[in-house]
Design a protein around this ligand. Structure first.
Ligand SMILES: Cc1cc2nc3c(=O)[nH]c(=O)nc-3n(C[C@H](O)[C@H](O)[C@H](O)COP(=O)(O)OP(=O)(O)OC[C@H]3O[C@@H](n4cnc5c(N)ncnc54)[C@H](O)[C@@H]3O)c2cc1C
Length: 880
């Protein structure tokens, strides 16, 4: 910070930015009695709507929803003229609010904050505002996600003799295009809004397009008075819908897959959405457009057909065709965008094919032509989310810079997108890793500001002077953000959400994609738990008196919920939510037949992949035979073999349950997989399943040549009760003198007839497999309690585990069986058996069956296949 300072001012809070966020933040804090000062680089309020004055600029969320909702009076006093208000009207609205709340007196305009440093001794922030130093306990950047304009660093930029504009820094006076040769670089939202308007006025317009866009007609129109009146009358319900929604608008996706409808019906649905207009209308036509590539393709194709039927020149239409997933960039709505390409005075240049080489004094040169221009309009967007923060020299504890901490964005870490470790008392409004740009920003802005105000009130009431995200909380939140985005198609596009529009910016999804409703719940839960995940340092003033014990207990419970929220894998969370929504009764209330009929996990498994050969056979066991399914991979053989036992508590499950993982294991481990349909309880009680399992291994060894496998490389494996059977088969093989087993793959195995582990207590309910269901399974399986002591039911109780084959033991953090699996791994290790034990922290029981929806399931199958491959190689070399 500069040394020759002139003024020092001190406030409780400093807010940077006087757009929608900064203004509401000022209002809330001032109302709560704090001294606040807002600093704004512009000479007036408005933020986005102050700077983006380009022709055609308007909102993309409907005007009646794109406004403040905190004040009924403000809602009642303002009338929007049209469905998508133009920039001057939105700016007037912001000015109206600033006047009404008398906000300007606490805003210092034309003042850019260049630095903000945390003073660890004084526990406050020092900000550089021109020659002044501003001191405040709380530093609140309300600087917007899209306030750092991006002009690519074109060679020769400074040599251009004509006029140059950026849509995000548009002059206040009218720009005159008439008769001019204009070039627009960029076809994002701003370009698409500006192009039709400029084309009407310019002599000639050349559009330099890097990425073609999906855009749909906005269908803008003047509002009927009735609409405005109805909105006012119902605004509380509408607001509630927006609060709990995905994107902050009072609409939801239709609960039907695009792939369930006939092509004709889909066409009808899309046509209706196209005619209706609206930001999310096409996206909401079906529930899976944002998630399933094939579903997405149906709407993408529909829009491409619209482009080709609108644009008369087929070559131009072709160049305008997007080929990435629809909705992976913020949807765009337009007024006559594609129609503009039918004008005589408009030319489209594809700068992907012929890149821009340089700006010349008279225009622009691409790799194959020179374009003479009088004006260049840069519609090249913004360095989004992190860009505005990095423009300020923000330093936290130990002088660490924010940009440095986040590795320029490559190592983005926040807790809830509001706070980052090492930067106490700093609250980022609509910052990275919050829903912000994926939503109606007004909903996200109000939610953040209400949360921050409550938080500051809490800190002040409790005499806390330092409040900061904990590193482990931000680790967990950042992983939540990554995994949530990975469930969608969003990370598949080269979008500004990914930082892909800025040369050299690290790629990574910048927002929280779980929706504003879920996000609000999480933030509220954190607040209710007295800000679990944040560390707090008290002042020397005495703390308020102790809370009563019931309240304390409630808070402790909420803290646990926050911990679960942060640590349970977000994809697993979605599975649990879906299963809960499906409303299936607890398994233990069903008969075994009902339980079997209702346990279909095939949708979660995903599509079965091809395996060179799949054969169903029967294997003799005592008193009959049982089905097996043999998967043989590509190649000559003889192959190593995995004998696999499905899970299902010995009561449910069959060959189809594990068809997908068995195929994946066969292909990846390059081994034959023999999946065994052992006989189920209660029809066949203990020890039938165990004996069937052992008989299957014997059969494999005896028929090795026929099924093209190598007897020196036999492994057993299974999940849950199947993991129990695999472990028991290994014990039996040892006890009975063969066959010789090379490996055991034990996926969250049942190893002990006992329910007294910590994981049974922690995960008794709520994570798919419950304690009660496990009790029900055991009761069906065992003839009596005595059976439970038998090591062939409870391998953990076996006295001697020496000499057993090497093992991979997989466990899941949110599984009642976690601890008994890990106890078995520990016992094996003690007995000198080589063991690899891996806990998948955020996972639930059953995840091995769900590679279609869970990233971690694909990873665990990959890990298992690698371990098998390695074991088979080792055992082969040992035999040699
Ligand atoms: C063209 C365009 C259209 C949009 N349309 C929509 C829409 O329809 N719906 C929607 O939900 N969202 C839309 N957005 C997103 C929009 O940015 C938000 O809706 C909202 O206006 C953001 O308000 P804000 O106050 O958080 O940030 P901003 O409006 O960006 O305000 C931030 C302010 O901070 C100031 N500032 C930044 N850094 C400093 C500094 N170091 N010192 C001092 N001052 C600083 C800037 O000058 C700016 O005035 C649009 C964005 C653009 C660019």
């Amino acid at each position: 910070m500069k040394s020759e300072q002139k003024f020092i001012q001190e406030f409780d809070a400093v807010v940077v930015g006087a757009g929608f966020s900064g203004l509401y933040m000022l209002h809330r804090l001032r109302d709560a009695g704090y001294s606040v000062r807002v600093f704004e680089a512009a000479d007036n309020v408005g933020g986005t709507w102050y700077w983006n004055r380009y022709p055609g600029a308007r909102c993309d969320v409907e005007s009646i929803y794109y406004n403040y909702t905190f004040s009924e009076e403000i809602l009642n006093d303002w009338n929007w003229s049209s469905r998508y208000a133009e920039q001057p009207e939105i700016l007037s609205y912001i000015n109206f609010v600033a006047d009404k709340l008398d906000l300007r007196k606490d805003i210092q305009f034309q003042t850019r904050i260049t630095a903000a440093h945390y003073d660890e001794k004084a526990h406050n922030w020092k900000l550089q505002a021109g020659k002044s130093i501003i001191i405040a306990k709380y530093f609140i950047p309300a600087i917007g996600c899209l306030s750092a304009s991006n002009i690519p660093n074109f060679k020769g930029l400074e040599t251009f003799k004509g006029e140059m504009y950026h849509t995000g820094r548009w002059p206040h006076e009218k720009v005159n295009f008439s008769g001019k040769r204009v070039g627009v670089i960029g076809t994002g939202s701003s370009g698409i809004q500006a192009i039709p308007v400029i084309a009407k006025e310019a002599g000639h317009l050349t559009i330099f397009q890097r990425t073609p866009q999906y855009s749909a007609p906005a269908r803008n129109h003047a509002y009927d008075q009735d609409v405005l009146i109805q909105t006012r009358e119902n605004y509380k319900e509408i607001r509630q819908q927006m609060y709990t929604s995905m994107h902050g608008v009072p609409q939801t996706p239709r609960e039907i897959s695009a792939l369930q409808d006939t092509p004709e019906e889909r066409e009808r649905v899309y046509e209706e959405a196209w005619n209706q207009g609206g930001l999310f209308t096409l996206l909401y036509s079906y529930s899976d457009i944002g998630f399933i590539p094939e579903a997405n393709e149906t709407v993408a194709d529909f829009i491409r057909t619209k482009i080709s039927s609108t644009v008369k020149d087929p070559e131009v239409a072709q160049r305008l065709m997007p080929n990435y997933f629809f909705g992976t960039k913020r949807p765009i709505i337009d007024t006559d965008y594609f129609e503009t390409y039918n004008r005589e005075n408009v030319k489209l240049v594809d700068v992907r094919a012929t890149s821009i080489q340089e700006i010349t004094p008279n225009g622009l040169r691409t790799s194959d032509a020179e374009y003479e221009l009088d004006m260049i309009v840069f519609a090249t967007g913004f360095d989004a989310m992190t860009g505005p923060l990095f423009k300020i020299d923000i330093r936290g504890k130990d002088g660490l810079g924010l940009k440095e901490k986040w590795g320029g964005g490559a190592n983005l870490k926040t807790y809830l997108g509001l706070s980052t470790a090492g930067f106490p008392n700093m609250f980022m409004l609509t910052g990275p890793q919050s829903p912000s740009v994926l939503s109606n920003m007004m909903v996200s802005i109000e939610q953040h500001i209400d949360w921050v105000t409550d938080c500051i009130n809490y800190l002040e009431t409790n005499n806390l002077q330092e409040f900061e995200a904990m590193p482990e909380a931000e680790e967990a939140w950042s992983e939540q953000c990554r995994a949530t985005a990975a469930m969608t198609l969003l990370p598949h596009a080269d979008s500004w959400y990914m930082g892909a529009n800025i040369d050299g910016k690290p790629r990574g999804f910048l927002a929280f994609a779980g929706g504003v409703g879920v996000y609000r719940q999480i933030c509220d839960l954190v607040a209710a738990s007295e800000y679990e995940g944040f560390s707090k340092v008290a002042t020397s003033k005495p703390l308020p008196t102790e809370l009563d014990s019931t309240v304390r207990q409630q808070i402790e419970q909420l803290k646990k919920e926050v911990w679960v929220m942060l640590n349970l894998d977000p994809q697993a969370k979605v599975v649990l939510q879906q299963l809960e929504a499906a409303g299936a009764p607890p398994m233990e209330t069903l008969t075994p037949e009902q339980a079997r009929a209702s346990s279909d996990f095939s949708l979660l498994a995903g599509a079965p992949e091809e395996v060179a050969k799949v054969e169903n056979r029967k294997v003799p066991v005592s008193g009959g035979d049982i089905p097996v399914r043999i998967y043989t991979p590509d190649g000559e053989g003889p192959f190593p073999v995995l004998v696999y036992y499905h899970g299902g508590g010995w009561v449910i499950g069959d060959l189809d349950t594990v068809d997908v993982p068995c195929r994946m294991l066969a292909n990846r481990a390059n081994c034959v997989v023999v999946s065994v349909d052992y006989r189920l309880a209660p029809e066949y009680k203990f020890p039938t399943a165990a004996e069937d399992s052992y008989a299957a291994v014997q059969w494999v060894a005896e028929n090795a040549a026929e099924i093209n496998v190598d007897t020196s490389r036999i492994a057993v494996g299974g999940d849950s009760a199947g993991g129990n059977l695999a472990a028991v088969t290994a014990l039996m093989a040892k006890d009975k003198g063969g066959p010789n087993l090379a490996y055991q793959l034990l996926v969250y195995p049942v190893t002990n007839y006992s329910f007294d582990t910590a994981s049974y207590t922690e995960n008794a309910d709520g994570y798919l497999l419950t304690k009660n269901t496990m009790v029900w399974f055991w009761n069906h399986y065992l003839r009596n309690d005595e059976d439970g002591k038998n090591p062939y039911a409870s391998p953990l109780r076996a006295e001697d585990l020496t000499g057993l084959p090497p093992a991979l033991v997989i466990t899941a953090g949110f599984d009642p069986l976690r601890d008994e699996g890990e106890a078995y791994a520990a016992r094996l290790k003690e007995a000198g058996v080589p063991v690899e034990a891996t806990r998948y922290d955020g996972m639930i029981h059953g995840f091995f069956w769900m590679p279609g929806i869970l990233e971690q399931a694909r990873i665990v199958i990959e890990q298992s296949a690698n371990a098998l491959k390695e074991a088979f190689t080792t055992s082969k070399s040992t035999v040699k």
